[in-house]
Design a protein. Structure first.
Length: 137
């Protein structure tokens, strides 16, 4: 594992959270490769659950949050492990669901795979039961 690979992976993940946190969707999408192995497991009533691979599909994914959720009440990155082309980030956030008025706390892990400064893999492991319950009227 080269130091350059570690730096590139860490820099890309840092840029992802900077763009996501500031709402800069253009900068966020620029971090993704043209084809991505992008998966978020979850219940059918969770709008962002499923697999995607193109930038258009990924743009739709990130656009969903503002349509179905309140702004975050809290968001905290709690840890990160970076090894070569892989980084796993741990975080906790609290959101409300617009349609039901219910809140959920989501502690999750997000696994990035980075190649040449671009995100080629994105896998989210979240509390899908808590989210499902918040989307259930």
């Amino acid at each position: 594992m080269s130091t350059d690979t570690l730096k590139s992976t860490a820099d890309t993940v840092d840029a992802f959270f900077e763009a996501f946190g500031s709402g800069n969707q253009s900068a966020l999408l620029d971090l993704f490769a043209d084809k991505v192995d992008f998966t978020v497991a979850g219940a059918p009533n969770v709008p962002w659950a499923g697999s995607r691979s193109t930038k258009e599909e990924i743009a739709e994914f990130f656009g969903l949050f503002g349509q179905v959720l309140t702004p975050p009440e809290s968001f905290a990155l709690t840890g990160r492990v970076t090894e070569g082309e892989h980084a796993v980030v741990f975080a906790t956030c609290v959101f409300g669901v617009l349609a039901t008025g219910k809140k959920f706390t989501n502690s999750y892990a997000l696994h990035f795979t980075v190649d040449d400064g671009r995100i080629v893999g994105y896998r989210m492991y979240e509390d899908s039961y808590a989210i499902h319950e918040a989307f259930t009227a």
